[in-house]
Design a binder for this molecule. Structure first.
Ligand SMILES: Cc1cc2nc3c(=O)[nH]c(=O)nc-3n(C[C@H](O)[C@H](O)[C@H](O)COP(=O)(O)O)c2cc1C
Length: 434
């Protein structure tokens, strides 16, 4: 009995680690990124498939019209740009995949194609691109726009964007590099071609001036959850990140994505779906329950974190709401739509204060000793059908990382639930290896 083996990922947010304990030098020192280098080494040793680096491009002042709470909490700002950090993480590791977030709304496609081609080379085929369309007018205002394009239009732009960058990655054919001292040719110009793309949103000549990279195209990661987002992901992604609430919604999400992938003529097994979790681990079940209760009791901190979350990812100002009433039915967002609709559906019966002050961003609650949590994960995967979990903790800490990598992962491995090693050189091949 039990689930087939599954995969693990880590949500890396390049922001300050836990600073409130006052113990850690990382609270200030994280900006040289060595904290994340230690983390990625732990992840690789523990058998993680990937570390994903989230990103956004603004300091939000949506909540109550000021950046005070955003900067007080320090959850989304300040942060580092993930792209240069990928190189450091890759240099410190051998096998683990490293996924960087980059926005189709703000990057020019040529630059993105070149950057990720370069990253694929310097990581020796271990990079992934988390394709986001961005969710904040505040970010748009840093790029000469007043507002973001509408939600579904952003996905339409993203479709063309992915088409352009894919053509650019293909603009160097295999064997274009000869490096032949006899003929005197380094590269064969007949195998390096302009793409002459002229579409609704982009005009790009090509070819790329970076040679074909080890994976040819980075692993494509996505996190769409609205109907439009799901369609985009099912068509384009190798892996998906998601937070459907509870086992039924997790299963619905996976089944839906797989069915959509088939409609696009894809093998659904080529898309791996990762559910966000944030376990509370203790040496014993009782210790874990106690720690979980402590988390729930820290109502003010949880409330503030959720207010920042809604402001930063959905540009929703909850300060204007009565916290003792539910989220108004007619409240909508141009940001993370699928997620917000899910909140309204699953927590709409609670007041804002109730759900925000006790909530953890996760698909399911996992609390217990390593063995207990391993069993809960096993049972969940068996019910849902696959494919893995992504650990998210905001903020994170060395302590928390170790609880997962040195406590939980060995318990999972003892049960044969996670990988023992990496059988392939490249990230995509490892992802698809079981
Ligand atoms: C686990 C997870 C991680 C995400 N990371 C980012 C990120 O780093 N940057 C970003 O702009 N959006 C991020 N998103 C947002 C998604 O790209 C997407 O906009 C969101 O899930 C809403 O999709 P929808 O608009 O199709 O509902 C993330 C979403 C999830 C679930």
């Amino acid at each position: 009995m039990g689930a087939a083996p599954f995969r693990l990922g880590w949500f890396g947010n390049l922001t300050t680690p836990e600073w409130r304990t006052g113990w850690s030098e990382d609270a200030i020192g994280w900006t040289d990124a060595r904290y994340y280098v230690d983390m990625v080494r732990d992840m690789e040793r523990a058998g993680f498939d990937f570390m994903m680096l989230e990103d956004s491009l603004m300091v939000s002042d949506i909540y109550a019209g000021t950046a005070e709470l955003e900067l007080k909490v320090g959850m989304y700002a300040p942060k580092l740009d993930p792209v240069p950090v990928v190189s450091m993480l890759a240099y410190a590791t051998e096998h683990i995949g490293i996924v960087a977030t980059a926005s189709t709304t703000f990057y020019p496609p040529y630059l993105l194609a070149r950057t990720f081609s370069t990253l694929d080379h310097v990581t020796r085929g271990r990079v992934g691109w988390n394709v986001v369309t961005s969710s904040e007018d505040r970010a748009a205002q840093n790029f000469g726009m007043n507002k973001l394009p509408a939600h579904d239009t952003r996905y339409e732009i993203a479709e063309e964007f992915v088409d352009v960058v894919t053509k650019l990655w293909d603009s160097w054919e295999e064997k274009a590099i000869l490096a032949d001292p006899v003929s005197g040719y380094y590269a064969d110009h007949t195998k390096v071609s302009p793409i002459h793309h002229e579409g609704k949103y982009f005009k790009v000549r090509g070819p790329l001036n970076t040679p074909r990279s080890p994976q040819e195209k980075p692993v494509i990661c996505q996190a769409g959850s609205s109907p439009r987002g799901r369609a985009f992901a099912a068509k384009n992604a190798d892996m998906l990140l998601c937070i459907p609430n509870g086992l039924e919604n997790m299963k619905e999400y996976r089944d839906d994505i797989r069915a959509r992938a088939e409609e696009f003529g894809r093998n659904p097994d080529d898309i791996k779906i990762f559910f966000v979790v944030h376990p509370t681990i203790g040496k014993t079940d009782a210790e874990a329950q106690e720690r979980h209760q402590q988390f729930k009791d820290d109502k003010q901190r949880n409330f503030e974190a959720q207010m920042v979350n809604f402001a930063a990812t959905m540009e929703l100002d909850f300060s204007v709401l009565d916290p003792d009433k539910p989220i108004p039915e007619d409240m909508t967002t141009n940001g993370h739509q699928g997620m917000f609709d899910g909140y309204k559906r699953d927590f709409g019966h609670q007041t804002v204060r109730e759900f925000a002050s006790g909530m953890r961003v996760a698909s399911m609650e996992l609390v217990g000793s390593p063995d207990t949590v391993a069993e809960q994960m096993d049972a969940a995967m068996e019910y849902v059908g696959g494919d893995g979990f992504m650990f998210l903790s905001q903020p994170t800490s060395r302590e928390y990382t170790r609880e997962i990598t040195e406590g939980l992962c060995p318990a999972l491995r003892r049960r044969g639930l996670i990988r023992k090693g990496f059988s392939h050189e490249h990230f995509r091949d490892n992802l698809r290896s079981f």
